[in-house]
Each structure stands twice: as structure tokens, then as C-alpha cells.
Design a protein around this ligand. Structure first.
Ligand SMILES: [Zn+2]
Ligand SMILES: [Zn+2]
Length: 59
């Protein structure tokens, strides 16, 4: 039923169609890593908290 595939990791995205489009057809986490993570902390690894409160890597 779901044909929403993440453009970054290739996994199925279980979001509403609207949210899926908002996040550039990615998971929220993938969108963050693709567009925001480096902005907050250039060169940050994906398991490193970039300082953004929404960062998936944050504690
Ligand atoms: Zn993804
Ligand atoms: Zn981050």
C-alpha cells in the first residue's frame, strides 16, 4: 500500500503524504542529516549530536 520510499536510505517512509513531501521524500531523520545536521555542526558524524534540539543523535 505504501509507495513512499526514502530518497536517502531507501526504506519505506511511514508518514502522511504531506509530511513525506515536506521532508523532501525522506524520513525526518534522513532529512535532518541531509540538510540540517552539517549546518549546525560542520563535519559532525551522524551519531554525534549537532546541537539542534530535534537532532536524532541527541541524547
Ligand atoms: Zn530514510
Ligand atoms: Zn543533527
Amino acid at each position: 500500500m505504501s509507495d513512499q520510499i526514502c530518497q536517502r536510505c531507501g526504506e519505506t517512509v511511514e508518514l502522511s503524504r504531506e509530511d513525506y513531501e515536506i521532508f523532501e521524500r525522506m524520513h525526518f531523520e534522513c532529512f535532518h542529516f541531509a540538510f540540517e545536521h552539517d549546518l549546525h555542526k560542520p563535519g559532525a558524524a551522524e551519531d554525534e549530536d549537532c546541537g539542534d534540539p530535534v537532532c536524532p543523535a541527541g541524547a
